[in-house]
Design a protein around this ligand. Structure first.
Ligand code: APR
Ligand code: ZN
Length: 251
């Protein structure tokens, strides 16, 4: 039976109590955890998809115009994340990882803020990739964003890898296959958890939004921390409304 707590201060108490009582916690995050750092989310009140359209993977692969538009967004985002810091919720989660209470942070976010808050690679699962670097779509070689920007400035064309392959920011775009290794790591972490905390996600994008369901069916308690309703609220043991920063303030 799902219980919703609207007062974020009461939510903070409940979250601290449930985390303390749990053996192993998985934290699953979405763009909502980074808005209090100054990065807009996608579907919240002033979400990005309310202003621009996403660029789909097959558009990127087939259209030079789409590739150049995608690169422009990546450089803007790079400059944006350079100006922001991890916030109180990122730091609280990193502390729980350091204490061994959280065995994995599964994030849909590509802003790198969990890593900057101190979550080590072996505990961080970036299922939608990472926007701080690029890779070749053919051979997987890593490429730096600044080099891509210099190449576009010099040639007016989107960058290619030495092998001839297309170079793309290391993020999973709509229509792109999910990273198998990360999804396996996520499912492994979920099996070990007795508490799954979904933070700042509208839980509307698949297959990411199946992970809280798998956790629940695997017997974990499910807490959703989010300012707005999600399709999984009915499945959750607790739904904690209000600002994520406030709800995490007691951790
Ligand atoms: N406190 C509480 N809730 C918040 C806050 C906040 N400070 N800021 C935003 N939210 C909530 C919004 O109300 C919204 O429901 O966080 C949620 C963010 O949802 P989305 O914008 O849909 O972000 P996310 O769920 O991460 O999107 C999933 O979709 O666009 C793709 O690949 C992209 O990873 C992204 C995926
Ligand atoms: Zn290559």
């Amino acid at each position: 039976m799902s219980v919703t707590i609207d007062d974020p201060n009461e939510g903070a108490r409940v979250l601290a109590e449930m985390v303390t009582a749990a053996e192993t916690v998985v934290v699953f995050t979405g763009a909502g955890i980074s808005t209090e750092s100054g990065i807009p989310d996608f579907r919240g009140p002033n979400g990005l998809w309310k202003k621009i359209e996403p660029i789909y993977y097959d558009e990127f692969v087939t259209s030079e115009t789409a590739r150049l538009a995608d690169w422009k967004r990546r450089f803007t985002f790079r400059d944006q994340i350079a100006r922001v810091e991890p916030n109180l919720a990122h730091l609280a989660i990193a502390r729980l990882v350091a204490r061994g209470k959280v065995n994995a942070v599964i994030t849909q976010n590509i802003d790198g803020l969990h890593a900057r808050a101190g979550v080590p690679d072996e505990r961080l699962i970036e299922i939608h990739g990472n926007a701080t670097y690029a890779t070749c779509l053919d051979c997987g070689e890593r490429h730096e964003l600044d080099a891509a920007e210099a190449a576009i400035l010099a040639t007016g064309r989107s960058p290619r890898c030495g092998c001839g392959g297309l170079v793309k920011a290391a993020v999973i775009s709509f229509g792109q296959a999910m990273p198998t290794r990360e999804m396996e790591r996520a499912e492994q972490a979920i099996q070990e958890a007795d508490l799954f905390v979904a933070v700042g996600s509208s839980l509307t994008v698949q297959p990411a939004a199946t992970l809280p369901m798998i956790a629940k069916y695997d017997g974990a308690r499910l807490v959703i921390v989010n300012g707005e309703e999600t399709p999984l609220d009915g499945l959750a043991d607790r739904v904690l409304r209000g600002s994520i920063g406030t709800v995490f303030s007691a951790l």
